[in-house]
Design a protein around this ligand. Structure first.
Ligand SMILES: Nc1ncnc2c1ncn2[C@@H]1O[C@H](COP(=O)(O)OP(=O)(O)OP(=O)(O)O)[C@@H](O)[C@H]1O
Ligand SMILES: [Mg+2]
Length: 273
């Protein structure tokens, strides 16, 4: 469990805090999506989760370990891994497998364990065929899968992803999302997923919407996407399916109100016939 209490953060002490008074509990194995307009503090919050940034107030505790204590921080990093938006910025080594090994090497694991972790991550992300390739020669989707594999080789409980698909074409986006679903479903990893793509937000079990460094609202996708005016006022878009169910509702077909699932939409159409 990640327990965030009264969290505050500022990059510059002279200026208003970027995150303030934020309380949030992230459960083991859940898929939590973080939404919010540009500048609302999503990336800052993500970096606070594994101690890339340290709180100015309050604290972040991961399975009882606080990021504020240097001797606990490295254990937090064994649990919480981070994948950035742009995979280009995160490669260090000259081959995929060496790159994946870099994180566990840095955490000081013995050689045998490093090999095991790298092999497992290569297998999970289906990267064996390209294990010897240079990361900069890969496609965007492959790069992002290498970045996720690198994160997996380091940490095993929580994966924080900051707009990981925003640079990918639809096919690569699907491949990355399928990989994440596998980790979530089969390995029970918690996924903390920052996105501004509303179709992706529908995949969440729970959504938080950030506004000016605070949680403006929290709920399931059905709850969050029910209030379309409010979402627009938060600078967010609507998923296509919400747009359609909203239009049908307004046209007098109230049975469609709030539908965010294609199967449910189809069943409601078939019932209406
Ligand atoms: N390194 C930094 N130094 C100073 N201010 C920063 C820094 N990084 C971010 N900020 C400021 O903090 C605020 C929140 O930024 P953050 O990157 O967390 O937002 P975000 O919700 O991730 O936005 P986006 O949707 O554009 O990625 C912004 O006002 C931004 O200008
Ligand atoms: Mg951001």
């Amino acid at each position: 469990m990640i327990e965030i209490s009264k969290l505050g953060f500022s990059y510059d002490k002279q200026q208003a805090p970027i995150i303030s008074g934020l309380d949030l509990t992230i459960r083991e194995g859940e898929w939590l999506t973080v939404l919010g307009r540009n500048g609302s503090g999503k990336s800052t919050l993500a970096r606070l989760l594994n101690g890339l940034l340290l709180p100015s107030a309050g604290q972040v505790c991961v399975d009882g370990l606080t990021t504020l204590e240097p001797d606990q921080l490295w254990r937090v990093r064994e649990k919480v891994a981070f994948v950035f938006q742009n995979p280009e910025n995160q490669f260090i080594a000259t081959s995929v497998e060496d790159d994946i090994a870099f994180g566990p090497e840095n955490l000081g694991y013995p050689r045998e364990e490093i090999i095991q972790r790298v092999e497992r991550a290569l297998e999970l992300m289906n990267l064996q065929p390209i294990r010897s390739k240079a990361p900069h020669l890969l496609s965007g989707g492959e790069k992002q899968r290498v970045a996720i594999a690198g994160a997996l080789a380091m940490a095993s409980r929580y994966l924080v992803l900051d707009e990981p698909t925003s640079m990918l074409d639809p096919q690569m986006r699907r491949a990355v999302l399928e990989s994440l679903h596998f980790l979530h479903r089969e390995l029970g990893m918690a996924i903390i997923y920052i996105t501004n793509i509303m179709e992706e937000a529908l995949l969440a079990e729970r959504i938080i919407v950030l506004d000016q460094g605070r949680i403006a609202r929290e709920g399931t996708p059905v709850e969050i996407f029910a209030d379309q005016q409010w979402l627009l006022s938060m600078g967010l878009d609507l998923p296509q399916i919400s747009r359609l169910s909203g239009m049908l509702d307004q046209a007098g077909y109230h049975q469609f109100a709030g539908i965010v699932d294609f199967q449910q939409l189809l069943e409601t159409i078939l019932c209406a016939k």
